[in-house]
Design a protein around this ligand. Structure first.
Ligand SMILES: NC(=O)C1=CN([C@@H]2O[C@H](COP(=O)(O)OP(=O)(O)OC[C@H]3O[C@@H](n4cnc5c(N)ncnc54)[C@H](OP(=O)(O)O)[C@@H]3O)[C@@H](O)[C@H]2O)C=CC1
Ligand SMILES: O=C(CO)[C@H](O)[C@H](O)COP(=O)(O)O
Length: 469
């Protein structure tokens, strides 16, 4: 039997697609799955690629089928499943072998596992993979992390299977330890926010303007030919146009408005709070998913207060207003994500390659969009600067923030909820306000806790003349 150049454990949605991709690029791969019967099903559907796939039915056989030094990709859920797989593999592997966690892990876990790997003698990489099933099958965006020499050992395979942007592989090493998983986490935070911005705009089209799902799809389709061109806008057009085979109704009209989440958006927000890098558009998107899940509460709220009247008088908003508001909102959300990346790297000892992060997201991943090329260019000039201050984006913001204000204020007046668009507008207004209202916070803090404050006209710490009232 020919030994495999690489192995993969976890033949679910992503693992199966990634294995086929690896085989298609000419690498021999061994596969294993906890539920062993799934291995046969996978092989049966591999077609001619099955020639380069070695199916295995025990972990021992799997390890024995790999050429040394071994490289093993895990594509299983974050947390316990990864922990259990590493624990099961470790006794079967040697100090030259390599475990690669390619799922969506919490980067703190990855940092810990990378440190444990050094102590326990089985090298470990944590890499973020984006692109969903289609990306995994035909070319994902890959954000690598861990020991650089170990990345270099397998990068030829990861680059070969990755998406290509103008011929360049979208597979980049981000830094030691959990750097790759951290970048993937922020990617997902931006993904949450971009999706929420689209969903809110869909709400205006559907509830405010009375458009059918198919008409919404046409609008998204048109926007995908302009500055908003992106995978998420493209698929929003496609899901809007799809019909339910069972009822013939638009699919969107039969899908329950309760969104799931697996944790990456929440991890992004938690990290932003830890480092003090505000990401309010992403926070709003995570909160909106939580509220969407509270269906019973929303139902009770509607019974008690009545639904807000949502339809807009003709001509209140134009499609151009909505497109422009989305452009401004999208810039705020990406600017926040990149700001978080810039501020977090140093705290973990990483020199995150900011322009290369934008570049690796240009193809293959869920948030790929035309704007990322301009973001890469802006970050190449000044990697630490907030994107909204880069000339290209400052100009776009200047031209579109008026529409964002018009859309958000219209939403507020007409009961159309816009948590992410509103957060984008407030962020913009705060970030261009030299004299904010935090002087009031400082006075309050000093009053109740003697925390002190700075004065505008004198250096040093001061206390107020609050006295007793
Ligand atoms: N779906 C997506 O769009 C993306 C997912 N990811 C990440 O990829 C990883 C896999 O996701 P996905 O393929 O969607 O998930 P699936 O649910 O489709 O597949 C999960 C796989 O993990 C295996 N598994 C589950 N629990 C364990 C365990 N305790 N021990 C060993 N194996 C286990 C399952 O085996 P069994 O058949 O026995 O249940 C199955 O092979 C996750 O980390 C996910 O966050 C990353 C990017 C995109
Ligand atoms: O990583 C992904 C895309 O980039 C996965 O699809 C992930 O599951 C999306 O997050 P959630 O399930 O929380 O919506």
């Amino acid at each position: 039997m020919d030994l495999s150049e690489i192995g993969l454990i976890g033949l679910g949605t992503m693992g199966a697609a990634l294995s086929l991709n690896i085989a298609e690029k000419g690498f021999r791969i061994s596969v294993f799955n906890r539920t062993v019967s799934r291995v046969d099903g996978f092989l049966a559907e591999a077609g001619p690629l099955a020639e380069r796939i070695t199916p295995t039915r025990s972990l021992e056989d799997f390890v024995a089928s790999l050429a040394e030094p071994r490289a093993i990709i895990l594509m299983v859920p974050a947390g316990e499943a990864v922990e259990a797989q590493i624990a099961a593999l470790r006794p079967l592997l040697g100090p030259d072998d390599l475990i690669i966690d390619a799922g969506n892990a919490n980067f703190h876990d990855t940092n810990r596992r990378a440190a444990e790997a050094v102590a326990q003698g089985v090298p470990y990489l944590g890499i973020g993979v984006s692109g969903g099933e289609e990306g995994a099958r035909h070319g994902p965006s890959i954000m690598g992390g861990g020991d650089r020499a170990n990345w270099d050992r397998v990068s030829h395979i990861l680059e070969a299977i990755s998406a290509k942007y103008e011929g360049e592989p979208c597979a980049t090493w981000m830094g030691e330890g959990g750097a790759g998983h951290f970048v993937k986490t922020v990617h997902n935070g931006i993904e949450y926010a971009d999706m929420q911005l689209i969903a809110e705009t869909y709400g205006v089209l559907r509830d405010g303007m009375g458009l059918s799902a198919a008409e919404c799809g046409e609008v998204f389709g048109r926007w995908n030919d302009g500055p908003l061109r992106s995978y998420l806008v493209e698929i929003s057009a496609r899901v809007s146009a799809a019909l339910d085979p069972e009822t013939g109704s638009p699919m969107l009209d039969v899908i329950l408005d309760r969104a799931g989440q697996k944790g990456t958006g929440r991890w992004t927000v938690i990290e932003s709070q830890q480092v003090g890098a505000p990401v309010p558009v992403i926070e709003a998107a995570v909160a909106a998913r939580n509220l969407s899940a509270a269906l019973e509460t929303r139902r009770a709220g509607q019974e008690l207060f009545g639904a807000a009247p949502q339809s807009l008088p003709d001509g209140t908003l134009s499609l151009d207003d909505l497109e422009a508001a989305m452009i401004a909102g999208k810039i705020m959300c990406y600017a926040q994500g990149f700001d978080l990346l810039a501020r977090t790297g140093a705290q973990h000892g990483w020199a995150l390659p900011m322009p290369e992060i934008a570049e690796v997201w240009r193809e293959g991943c869920i948030i790929r969009s035309d704007m990322l090329n301009d973001m890469a260019a802006a970050l190449r000039g000044e990697p630490e600067r907030n994107l909204i201050f880069a000339d290209y984006f400052a100009d776009l913001v200047a031209r579109n923030h008026g529409a964002l204000r018009k859309v958000v204020s219209t939403g507020a007046l007409h009961g159309l909820p816009m948590p992410a668009l509103s957060a984008a507008l407030s962020y913009f207004d705060m970030i261009r306000t030299e004299r904010s209202t935090a002087n009031m916070l400082q006075a309050q803090r000093d009053f109740f806790g003697a925390h002190g404050f700075e004065r505008i006209d004198a250096a040093g710490a001061h206390h107020g003349p609050w006295g007793s009232s």
